[in-house]
Design a protein around this ligand. Structure first.
Ligand code: TXA
Ligand code: MG
Length: 332
């Protein structure tokens, strides 16, 4: 198959480039933009060719659909149909913010966005530049995370530049992503709402609004309900493992000392590690989520063996459910 990607100079710019970014989206080009979760690689959701080129730029499997980003709940009807009142309640409670809701798709939305599914994941991002970009472009923006498929998700413009320099015309720089792990994905098209991917909007948060919610995001599941669940994610470029106790973290480190190892973990374990190489995830649970991907990225660039602290058991609650999900996927 011939490539549709034209090599180009990649500009990285701030808010002063937002009109250029909107113009590029309207012209059928792909632009990277900041969100509060991770950076996205966006195109006009109604432009099939532009959306198709995202799969190619990312090396994304064709059966893994994209989330559609809108600026306001009023725009829901442009992409979804048969919207249940629960969806409106959820958007009112958690949007703009890191929640993606899977709904029935409008037929007008090109199949390439949803990889042929009859449903579409919709999110209203909170980052001011993301919302301005969608408003100025005047169209919903289809966007996966702005990383090469399978690699670590980007939480800064520099991460995106390292992945796609020369492949996209513009990266909007909106600083470090403040949530740091991708949105919670919730499917509302089934009889009971199902969490397909855990994130910083937790099972507990969703239960408060919906009552009944089923958590299907366990990565041990046999039948992935979300197409993305069956692919390798967040894979560092070197071997990576996770461990819970300080004792086993140290044992793994010391038995791999010839491999240039590094430990990634909460700030408070640092004192127990002696002189061993360590990258801190900071102090609070929010810090841990915000910095996980950037520390994994730093580790793969400077070390050859990564040991990540695993935070709790399999029943971890709150943001640790999302965090542990990413840690397990990055280290298997
Ligand atoms: O925070 C986020 O969600 C970021 C930012 C850029 O918004 N986006 C993101 O997109 O993480 P992506 O493509 O890397 O992950 C989207 C996930 C995939 O696992 C995909 O399979 C799932 O959402 N998904 C998208 N549409 C779906 C649908 N209609 N039904 C089930 N799963 C869907
Ligand atoms: Mg992704």
């Amino acid at each position: 198959m011939t490539s549709n990607i034209k090599p180009c100079k990649t500009i990285v710019g701030g808010i002063d480039k937002i009109e250029d970014a909107a113009f590029l989206i309207k012209s059928g080009r792909v632009v990277a933009f900041p969100t509060e979760t991770v950076y996205g690689l966006g195109a006009n959701a109604f432009d099939s060719q532009a959306v198709a080129s995202i799969y190619e730029i990312k090396g994304r499997p064709q059966d893994n659909p994209f989330i559609v980003h809108i600026a306001d709940v009023d725009d829901l009807d442009r992409v979804a149909r048969c919207v249940p009142s629960a969806a409106i309640d959820l958007f009112e409670s958690f949007s703009p913010g890191p929640l993606t809701i899977v709904l029935k798709k409008r037929h007008e939305l090109p199949d390439v966005v949803t990889a042929g599914l009859d449903t579409v994941g919709i999110r209203i991002p909170a980052h001011i530049m993301a919302r301005q970009l969608i408003k100025l472009a005047g169209v919903p923006i289809a966007a996966p995370s702005a990383n090469i498929s399978g690699r670590i998700s980007p939480t800064s413009a520099m991460h995106v530049f390292e992945y796609f320099n020369g492949k996209i015309p513009l990266i909007l720089d909106g600083g470090e992503s403040q949530v740091g792990i991708e949105s919670t994905v919730l499917d509302l098209t089934k009889s009971v709402p199902i969490i397909l991917r855990p994130g910083s909007i937790t099972l507990g948060d969703l239960k408060e609004v919906l009552g009944d919610v089923f958590d299907n995001s366990s990565i041990e599941q046999n039948k992935p309900e979300s197409p993305g669940a069956k692919y390798r994610h967040y894979a560092p470029q070197c071997p990576a493992v996770c461990a819970k106790s300080i004792q086993s973290i140290i044992e793994i480190y010391d038995s791999n000392i010839d491999k240039c190892p590094v430990i990634i973990g909460a700030e408070h374990i640092k004192d127990k590690l002696g002189e061993r190489a360590f990258l801190s995830l900071g102090q609070t649970s929010n810090d841990h989520a915000r910095t996980l991907f950037s520390m994994l990225r730093r580790a793969e660039q400077h070390y050859q063996y990564i040991i990540v602290q695993y935070f709790d058991d399999d029943n971890a609650t709150g943001i640790y459910a999302g965090l542990n999900n990413r840690i397990i996927k990055a280290t298997r």
